[in-house]
Design a protein around this ligand. Structure first.
Ligand code: ADP
Ligand code: MG
Length: 693
């Protein structure tokens, strides 16, 4: 349970004065629904109001703060004209301009004959000075209020004032907390307390204060990274507790499977297999990450590892994130299992009733050697006779907690191999996978050709359709991916079905549709038709993102490519270029593009090396644009910026290890403070592993 000291911070923002239902929704869009979300939503900029020129010297375009005399009011003659108020200092005059103004309000705030301090952007027309809608108008003496202001990320319909007010309200609720950092450590770095760091971060007084390397932000980033690393070390310690078993196959099944392959393993695959075998043979439990770009051939590596467990008299499980993928794995691996004389079965959410009971019974009796499936493998009633190895494919779709559950499936500690198609930069590896051991598949199976990648504006969509028409009449097959319009499947679906309908107008019945809302059998049917070539174009929402393998597909069209993350686009592109034919990827965007979106598309055009793309992705996300990252499942931090805080991550890691070595269940006073930290950054899943949680 969350410590009570944090309760106020986890209240919803609508409990704040001035936050009604509309504002609540808008704030939820930029920051989140709870006070803590506002507290951790740090300013992205600063308005500096310290420029205080005489009017005659005031520079065009700058934010200036000036003390003036109010001379007179010039109400508009008709509604289309603005209301003007003339003011001056001892050097020059300036006109304040208000559109749709309330005269009452203006006569009250700007009484004729009195002095006021105004602050806003200076406009100049020849020698005439003007300020449209000053940001602030206050009596002299009150201007300290408006020295510097934080600037927060906004969204359509949300303006700075109510958001800033809400943030202030949330900040008042931040309690004083016991410090979880070692005092000497924080002092050596001149870091403020958490409470002060939050206050400072929201009250920047110069540009330097909003940089990642300001003391307040360093402190907060460190807190966040420490919470992350503590959680990982806790989880890992928990996983490592039971000693593993040595799983050592004799190679006879693997040899049969390899003999049945229509290709030879690449050196990189062979290398990965031997790393995995060595690890499985070791006395401690295996926790290994198999990284390899899309299409690098991870599946066969997994199969050989599973066979290794079977040779040792145990069972293996292969878990995929979606039904389609589970079935695809099953289809790809069954022939190999057949060749090796190994019994495989499928268990997904769609296998029910008698067939399911039969699988469960055979599994418990040890009559199934390898079980392939989806989340259904997590169900409580799934019991293995002796599970030796669990392989989790496309890991990022699964949470840490689910990983745990599967590991609990064996009576004995289960070796775990996690496969990910997202090449992960080292720094991120650390934040998401702890110190899992890593095998990497580099390069691709022979015979792959690079995919020709083009970026086109959306007004050329007709050309793309025409290109498709020609290509499919020559026998080509194509994917057409429609974007995540909003975080709502329904809207996605409309985009995809509209596109399918439009394509059918030109291309006829050879256009298929695949989306997340379709029932399993429908989806399989759509996929099967595309595989067999009955449909030539498969319009899809991002359900095809992970792992689908149709070597005949040579064209990938991505609509609204600007809305996808780099890693995601790279994965999508990896769906083509799998066969021997030349493939292309057409990224259609809806302009105008932001800088980051532009950079992303450029990177994709220039490289197809997943590791390069991953590193660039990290750099770009350092720039703050998070879209697509959430979808890729890589960890996102609210404050820490790994591009800038990489050394803090390393320090946090050492700190976490040291803390837990001395106080494994966080029992000391500092330990108690660290529990608060874990909850504060919502690492609740780790708290579960404290023996006195
Ligand atoms: P991923 O790493 O994306 O899961 P897959 O395991 O699905 O990749 O492999 C992609 C394709 O490459 C499959 O069709 C597979 O049969 C093929 N493949 C795997 N290894 C080799 C190899 N050594 N030589 C040729 N083709 C291979
Ligand atoms: Mg795969």
């Amino acid at each position: 349970m969350r410590p009570s000291i944090l309760f106020p911070l986890f209240a919803e923002t609508r409990t704040l004065a001035g936050v009604g239902p509309r504002l609540f929704k808008l704030i939820a869009r930029v920051a989140g629904t709870r006070l803590i979300d506002l507290v951790l939503d740090l300013p992205v900029g600063i308005v500096d109001r310290s420029y205080r020129p005489r009017l005659i010297d005031a520079e065009e375009g700058r934010i200036a703060t000036v003390e003036v005399n109010v001379l007179d009011h010039l109400p508009p003659r008709d509604r289309r004209q603005p209301y003007r108020v003339r003011c001056s200092d001892d050097s020059a005059a300036i006109e304040l301009v208000f559109f749709h103004a309330h005269a009452d309000y203006l006569t009250k705030t700007l009484p004729v004959g009195q002095r006021r301090v105004i602050s806003g952007k200076i406009e100049r027309f020849g020698s005439r000075l003007q300020m449209t809608h000053p940001d602030h108008i206050v009596p002299p003496g009150d201007e300290d209020l408006l020295l510097q202001e934080p600037v927060y990320r906004l969204t359509e319909g949300l303006t700075a004032k109510p958001l800033t007010k809400a943030v202030r309200g949330a900040l008042e609720k931040v309690p004083q907390m016991p410090d979880w950092l070692d005092p000497a450590f924080a002092r050596a770095r001149s870091w403020p307390s958490f409470h002060d760091a939050i206050a400072d971060a929201h009250a920047p007084s110069n540009e330097g204060d909003i940089l990642p390397l300001s003391p307040a932000r360093m402190r907060l980033a460190y807190d966040e990274l420490l919470a992350n690393q503590l959680a990982l070390v806790l989880i890992r310690a928990n996983l490592r507790t039971p000693k593993g078993r040595s799983i050592k196959g004799d190679g006879h099944l693997k040899a049969k499977a390899i003999a049945a392959l229509p290709f030879t393993l690449t050196p990189s695959q062979t290398q990965a297999v031997s790393e995995i075998e060595a690890d499985m043979a070791g006395a401690s439990r295996m926790l290994r990450l198999l990284q390899g770009d899309v299409g690098s051939g991870k599946t066969i590596v997994a199969m050989l590892a599973l066979l290794n467990a079977v040779e040792a008299g145990m069972q293996g499980a292969l878990m995929a994130p979606t039904e389609i993928l589970a079935r695809q794995h099953m289809a790809a691996l069954e022939p190999l299992a057949g060749a090796a004389g190994v019994r495989m079965a499928l268990l997904t959410g769609r296998v029910g009733g008698a067939p399911r009971n039969e699988v469960l019974a055979r599994l418990a009796a040890g009559d199934i050697d390898i079980l392939v499936g989806t989340h259904a493998l997590f169900s409580e009633d799934v019991t293995f006779r002796d599970l030796g190895l669990a392989v989790v494919d496309e890991q990022h779709r699964f949470g840490v907690h689910q990983r745990m559950t599967l590991q609990g499936k064996g009576r004995n500690p289960v070796d775990v191999l996690v496969m990910t198609a997202t090449p992960i930069p080292r720094t991120l590896e650390l934040t998401n996978y702890g110190d899992m051991d890593v095998s990497r598949l580099t390069g691709r199976p022979p015979g792959r050709k690079p995919v020709d990648t083009r970026v086109l504006p959306s007004d050329r969509v007709d050309e793309v359709t025409e290109h498709l028409r020609r290509a499919i009449s020559n026998g080509a097959r194509a994917y057409w991916v429609c974007p995540l319009v909003e975080e709502s499947e329904e809207v996605d679906l409309t985009a995809a079905s509209d596109r399918a309908a439009a394509l059918r107008d030109t291309l006829g019945e050879q256009v298929g549709l695949l989306h997340g809302r379709m029932k399993g059998p429908e989806r399989d049917a759509a996929m099967a038709k595309f595989k067999s070539g009955d449909t030539k174009v498969l319009v899809a929402t991002t359900v095809i993102e992970v792992g689908v393998d149709v070597p005949e597909a040579t064209i990938m069209v991505v609509e609204h490519a600007e809305r996808f993350g780099l890693a995601q686009l790279h994965q999508l592109r990896g769906r083509v270029g799998r066969g021997s034919a030349k493939s292309s990827c057409l990224l259609i965007y809806d302009g105008p593009l932001g800088e980051t979106a532009k950079a992303r598309l450029k990177i994709l055009r220039e490289t197809d090396d997943g590791f390069v793309i991953a590193e660039k992705d990290l750099e770009l996300r350092g720039a703050g644009e998070l879209l697509g990252v959430r979808q890729s499942g890589l960890p996102t931090f609210r404050i820490a910026d790994l591009a800038a805080h990489g050394d803090l991550l390393a320090a946090a890691r050492d700190d976490a290890k040291l803390i837990l070595a001395r106080d494994p269940d966080l029992q000391t006073p500092r330990g108690a403070a660290l529990r608060v930290l874990l909850y504060l950054f919502e690492r609740d899943e780790a708290v579960r592993y404290l023996r006195t949680g």
